[in-house]
Design a protein around this ligand. Structure first.
Ligand code: BG6
Length: 462
């Protein structure tokens, strides 16, 4: 790239989420969370210790400063701040984040904080079923109110919800374990509708409490290519994008379902229960920005045969089938293959539809890694992946698409959402095994030093 497209002040960052990085699961007055025990599979790390950031936070911020981060895309643990259904804030939980946020600010790193990243307070799930009930909307709003008020002036950008698609589909994260697949889908759409109401109420609340702060959702963008150029496959790919990405972003930005999705939900008896006045809530606010999570693209073809329930619920459809894309190189953990151009395709669509500024909040590649004899991690594959995706961000900036930051997933190795520490994404290695947390020693990978140079150069090196 000859002219550097990255503007002065571009937010080079890195990401984690609270439940995947913190550990300290029963310390400091934290309540139990749906995510504490991870997958529950023997031999796979859970979140009880995770990367032990709860005890290493100062060292971690020092590493972020050494890396040169401008922004740290992090999460608050809902159950650390509001442990149970009394909805009373936990002073020790707030104190933990006070010290973390203050130290980040001291080091000149902006905390970009996600309120809800997969983890739900278990006590709320036990009390009323979590997002299946509208009571969860009030609980989330109370939690948001405490955070907005307490951190007013210190946190300038908030994320309402991380990946609503995944947060509402994955039973272990949200406590919905409905065995009947059709009822399960119905629950998922109801939970997602309730999340959308909560999101809009939180945005409206932030406007009152701290009007200078910004807020937006983080979307797992779904870049879906048609399997062939046949009209039926092109339509199937569009249907898949509408049902897995735009239905959520349209709810966040426009406060309504896209017409195709509304019609689909009615035809298949999946439309959620609504109440009078919901439309006013949904239309009353609009986010300031959209966070983009992108790892890989997928491929879709015309639906044929019976509905396949044996896949993630968001791919269970009457009107498309997800299929393999043979054009991409697959890796151990990326079975859909690696597709940097997909990031450009996906972000361009999001911008054309909503005209909002964007930040890449997650992008990364997983490998199983162990320390070599030289006590280092040499990860050229990660450098290659990140460089190719950063290049696409540069192309988008040249086209005039407003992207204000880029955050690889993840800053340090964290517990993967399903595969423990076998699946590592970090720029910093955590020296622990699945079953033995040891000291959770931090070791900078080659990609750490590479990204440090990218940040210092404000863009890719020639
Ligand atoms: C995103 C999530 O879906 O992908 C992260 O926001 C997650 O929380 C990341 O860890 C990678 O997924 P996984 O399943 O490989 O951990």
């Amino acid at each position: 790239m000859s002219n550097n497209p990255f503007p002065k002040g571009f937010l080079w960052g890195a990401s984690t989420s609270a439940f995947q990085v913190e550990g300290g699961y029963n310390e400091g007055g934290k309540g139990p969370a749906t995510t504490d025990l991870g997958t529950g599979k023997p031999g796979v790390a859970d979140c009880t210790v995770a990367a032990d950031h709860y005890h290493h936070w100062r060292e971690d911020v020092d590493l972020m400063a050494e890396l040169g981060l401008k922004v740290y895309r992090m999460g608050f643990s809902w159950s650390r701040i509001m442990p149970d259904k009394t909805l009373e804030p936990n002073p020790e939980g707030l104190a933990f984040y006070d010290q973390l946020v203050d130290y980040l600010l001291e080091k000149g790193i902006e905390p970009l904080v996600t309120l809800y990243h997969f983890e739900c307070p278990q006590k709320l799930v036990d009390a009323f079923g979590g997002w299946r009930s509208r009571e969860m909307i009030d609980a989330y709003l109370k939690y948001a109110e405490v955070c907005f008020t307490h951190f007013k002036g210190r946190i300038k950008r908030w994320v309402t919800v991380n990946e609503q698609l995944v947060a509402t589909s994955a039973g272990p994260l949200n406590g919905n374990f409905e065995p009947n697949p059709d009822k399960n889908l119905k629950n998922i759409y109801q939970m997602s509708y309730n999340v959308s109401l909560a999101e809009h109420k939180a945005i409206s609340l932030l406007r009152q409490i701290d009007p200078s702060a910004q807020i937006g959702p983080v979307c797992a963008i779904q870049v879906v290519y048609p399997n062939t150029s046949r009209g039926e496959d092109v339509l199937a790919a569009e249907n898949a994008e509408e049902l897995t990405e735009f239905y959520l972003l349209d709810m966040s930005v426009r406060g309504e379902y896209p017409p195709y999705v509304a019609d689909y939900l009615k035809r298949y008896n999946l439309y959620p229960e609504t109440e009078d006045g919901d439309d006013i809530v949904l239309k009353a606010s609009k986010p300031d920005f959209i966070g983009i999570n992108y790892y890989f693209s997928v491929c879709a073809k015309k639906k044929e045969g019976l509905v396949n329930y044996d896949q993630p619920p968001f791919w269970v459809s009457h009107e498309f089938d997800i299929c393999e894309n043979t054009h991409f190189v697959k890796t151990e953990w990326m079975n859909m293959g690696i597709d940097p151009i997909g990031l450009r395709v996906g972000i361009r669509k999001v911008y054309n539809r909503y005209q909002l500024p964007m930040i890449v909040t997650e992008n990364g590649v997983a490998y199983s890694e162990t320390l070599g004899e030289d006590n280092c991690i040499h990860d050229p594959y990660r450098i290659d992946y990140l460089a190719k995706h950063i290049e696409q961000v540069g192309f988008l900036l040249n086209e005039g698409v407003p992207i204000f930051g880029y955050c690889p997933w993840s800053f340090i190795d964290v517990v993967s959402s399903r595969q423990g520490f076998s699946k590592r994404y970090g720029l910093v290695y955590i020296d622990r095994t699945e079953t033995d947390p040891k000291e959770c020693r931090r070791v900078k990978k080659d990609s750490f030093y590479w990204y440090q140079r990218i940040i210092a150069n404000n863009g890719l090196l020639e």
